[in-house]
Design a protein around this ligand. Structure first.
Ligand SMILES: Nc1nc2c(ncn2[C@@H]2O[C@H](COP(=O)(O)OP(=O)(O)O)[C@@H](O)[C@H]2O)c(=O)[nH]1
Ligand SMILES: [Mg+2]
Length: 456
């Protein structure tokens, strides 16, 4: 394949769009890479958020709106966030049915996402999917969510326009008020206007609006105010939908100047959300396995309060990782150190430090600095030294590697906790006040690993 996934997304290739969305849903690094690739080509689509209680007729309405938008020649991408969907991938029945209406229309792309299973947050996944549809050249991107949770409200809040769909006779307006979706509405839709109570619902929404703070909304706060209209629709027949499309166009014209501000809010939300997600990842990486749960236990048992626990965790994350290791040196067992020097010093031209005699180990050693690390040439000075035995058994070659760590005891504790076989359970004194400990080669995939903590 010659073109990249991003290029195929730019070309509007439906299979590439589907694949891209799957990458994002899987929260794979490839998904992040894709967003990076497409991001410069986004920001063109007009994003319409549609929210409201389950069963309000959002999907039916979005479907009708899509038909209208298509009549006007514009292309549409739809992300439906559906809490009733047990899995993601756009294969839920309702959407198959819905897709039927636009089947074979290349100008429409519909995708469902489950609300569960998004470790990184639903709002993030949804806005990334919206980016894909934007990059794919869709003129209009519609995001349908159930306005029940903060997550869902957040998704819609940052769209270019937010439409709140209510239904007569269900006490929706009270529910919606609780969920905080009244404040985000740029347009109210009273759907199922064929039912009794549509007028009453429209009136109570209107009364609420009269009580509410004058509209700030997506519109320019300094510009003329936008009075959210209350429209009636019958999504099943399409009645009122052209008027809804007109109202969207009016809002779009009204708020064009404020669109940048609103997009900026969306971007800031994304950045903050990503940062908190990343921070949680850092927390999980910094803490030993199961530690977070143990801390929660401690809070539950009143042994520690949540503020102190949070502070302690932040401290852990900020302090350097005790296991952060630098390759200190590679030890090479040689038969004849002078012959070895003829290669490293004379042939390669490396600088050689003065020799060291480590009597306790019965070796002669030469350190050759190479950048941050060194090569240590080791020659046995007695036939019973470990190096002599090594050379006798395996011939000359790499004998060990030494990793320099900040806190050798913490690293040993971690290794012990995981049942790693150690030569030294406790660190012992090494050269220049350092502490050293060896890990058994059987645990380190055939390499003798020495840990070293520098003397202070
Ligand atoms: N009577 C009536 N039923 C509607 C209307 N709009 C949608 N419905 C029905 O309400 C049910 C829920 O619609 P759906 O679009 O799936 O709602 P959603 O959960 O908000 O997406 C479906 O059976 C629709 O056919 C309407 O305007 N009038
Ligand atoms: Mg729906």
């Amino acid at each position: 394949m010659t073109s990249t996934l991003a290029e195929r997304v730019f070309a509007g290739d439906a299979r590439a769009i589907a694949r891209a969305i799957s990458l994002i849903e899987d929260e794979s690094p490839a998904g992040a890479g894709l967003v990076r690739d497409i991001y410069p080509r986004t920001g063109r689509a007009y994003v319409i958020g549609v929210t409201g209680p389950p069963g309000a007729g959002k999907s039916t309405l979005v479907d009708r709106m899509t038909a209208e938008i298509r009549k006007a020649g514009q292309t549409v991408g739809i992300v439906a966030v559906d809490p009733t969907s047990p899995f993601s991938g756009g294969a839920i029945l309702g959407d198959r049915v819905r897709m039927g209406a636009h089947f074979g229309d290349e100008g429409v792309f519909i995708r469902s996402m489950a609300t569960r299973g998004h470790l990184g947050g639903l709002a993030r996944a949804t806005s990334d999917v919206a980016l894909v549809l934007d990059a794919a050249g869709k003129d209009i991107v519609m995001i349908e969510t159930v306005g029940v949770g903060q997550d869902e409200v957040d998704i819609v809040r940052t769209a270019d326009i937010s439409i709140v769909v209510l239904v007569p006779g269900t006490g929706d307006e009270v529910q919606a008020l609780k969920a905080g979706i009244m404040e985000i509405a740029d347009i109210f839709v009273v759907n199922k206007a064929d039912r009794d109570g549509a007028d009453r619902l429209a009136q109570s929404v209107s009364a609420m609006l009269a009580l509410a703070e004058p509209r700030r909304g997506g519109a320019d706060p300094s510009g003329p105010r936008w009075q959210p209209p209350i429209l009636r629709t019958e999504a099943t027949t399409g009645t009122g939908v052209p008027e809804l499309i007109d109202a969207i166009a009016s809002f779009r014209a009204h708020s064009e100047g404020a669109r940048v501000t609103r997009q900026r809010a969306r971007q800031e939300y994304r950045l903050r959300d990503l940062l908190s997600h990343r921070f949680m990842q850092m927390v999980e990486e910094a803490l030993p396995e199961g530690e977070l749960q143990r801390i929660v236990d401690g809070i539950a048992e009143r042994k520690v309060d949540p503020y102190s626990a949070a502070s302690a965790i932040v401290k852990t994350v900020r302090s350097p990782n005790p296991s952060r290791a630098v390759l200190d040196h590679v030890g090479i067992a040689v038969q004849d150190i002078d012959k070895a020097l003829a290669f490293y010093r004379d042939a390669l031209g490396l600088d050689i430090e003065d020799p060291e005699n480590v009597a306790s180990q019965r070796v002669r050693a030469h350190f050759i600095p190479v950048g941050e690390s060194s090569i240590e040439l080791l020659e046995a000075t007695a036939s019973d030294s470990a190096i002599a035995k090594y050379v006798e058994k395996r011939g000359p070659g790499i004998h060990h590697i030494t990793l320099r760590v900040d806190d050798i005891r913490a690293v040993l504790a971690r290794l012990k906790a995981r049942g790693v076989r150690l030569v030294d359970e406790e660190p012992r004194p090494g050269a220049e006040g350092s502490l050293v400990a060896f890990i058994h080669p059987s645990a380190a995939h055939g390499v003798l690993v020495e840990l070293k903590q520098k003397g202070s």
